[in-house]
Write a protein of this length. Structure first.
Length: 348
């Protein structure tokens, strides 16, 4: 069946990228997605208290409105991050805003946090019978007068519904958002987020991660790590899309927006290594950006990632990728003598 699903994915690539994505979500809602066997036990791990059946997760952006987390868990992902969701619904940037760079196996997007808002998101996330770990990636409305307050609103509304939270301050498609990565702004954001977290019911630990851009200098990385530690966040997701354009050949290379996919691989790998060196084991990291194979995932884990996330590679490899990647990763772990995935974290 996975072959049929991959053929369907190939057919979807003949359509406008955003239309194809909408059709994919509808098909998943109808139960037409692939069903994977249980992950190899060697892929199971615990990150910031989260028990994950597999360290291979789905990144935010695929399921913005929490419509398809069940089918994607069934497709072989060990955890799914939904969003980015903002307090109020917003249409995002004008179309076209999503571009396939097929020659480069890449994607450029300038979506602009298009989503149906917190209430619709919460209604779906709160349905009973969740089949695995699901998190919420939260952001700020473009026209908000208090962007930091938007993150607080998201935490409060979704508390008790999400298994973890990710504060997304690294999208290049909301003007001024990446300025929250500067130390003073980040201290204010994380301070208010931590104060909100500590005031909410603590019947169970709910991790909170920060998602950062790959386009950072060493001093910025050091400041981010120390600020995350100071406010007791659970970890950092490294990294979001890039505004750089490394060696692209596709005609759409000049489109504005965030670049993801294969050309991001080396940059994301490098910045993860820099974060790992600064963090020095003091907090977990999740690797993202340009991951399309077991080799890519294994390299991130050996560079210091406790788990990985992918999204853009699905456009080119189809929904069977989660299973194929997991099998390859498991084989690589065993070939190098590791008994568990966690043993390989940082084992460069």
């Amino acid at each position: 069946m996975s072959g049929l699903h991959d053929l369907a994915a190939a057919a979807l690539r003949t359509l406008d990228p955003e239309d194809a994505h909408s059709l994919t979500l509808r098909a998943l809602a109808l139960g037409l997605g692939p069903r994977a066997p249980a992950p190899d036990p060697i892929l199971a791990t615990t990150v910031a208290g989260l028990a994950l059946p597999s360290a291979v997760g789905l990144a935010a952006g695929f399921d913005k409105n929490a419509e398809a987390f069940g089918p994607m868990l069934a497709a072989g992902f060990g955890f799914v991050e939904c969003g980015t969701v903002t307090p109020l619904p917003q249409a995002g940037n004008p179309r076209p805003r999503l571009f396939r760079l097929s020659i480069d196996e890449a994607v450029i997007n300038r979506m602009g946090f298009n989503n149906a808002g917190l209430e619709a998101f919460a209604a779906r996330l709160g349905r009973p019978g969740r089949p695995g770990p699901v998190g919420a990636n939260i952001g700020a409305n473009k026209d908000s007068e208090d962007r930091i307050g938007d993150y607080v609103t998201g935490l409060r509304r979704l508390w008790g519904l999400a298994d973890w939270f990710t504060l997304n301050i690294s999208s290049p498609n909301t003007p001024g958002l990446r300025a929250l990565q500067t130390r003073a702004a980040l201290e204010e954001l994380l301070g208010r987020a931590a104060e909100t977290r500590d005031a909410l019911p603590q019947d169970r630990a709910v991790p909170m991660f920060l998602k950062v851009a790959p386009d950072l200098e060493d001093a910025e990385i050091e400041a981010i790590v120390e600020t995350v530690l100071a406010f007791r966040l659970s970890g950092i997701i490294v990294a979001n899309t890039t505004i750089s354009r490394p060696g692209l050949r596709s005609p759409q290379a000049g489109e504005t927006g965030g670049l993801s996919g294969a050309p991001l691989r080396d940059l994301a790998q490098s910045v993860l290594g820099r974060f790992s060196a600064v963090a020095a084991g003091r907090l977990p990291l999740i690797g993202a950006g340009g991951i399309a194979s077991g080799a890519d995932a294994y390299a991130r884990i050996r560079a210091g990632a406790s788990a990985v996330q992918l999204y853009s590679a699905l456009v080119y490899a189809g929904p069977g990728l989660a299973v194929r990647l997991g099998r390859d990763l498991a084989a690589r772990l065993r070939a190098d003598g590791f008994r568990t995935l966690s043993e390989a974290v940082g084992a460069r």
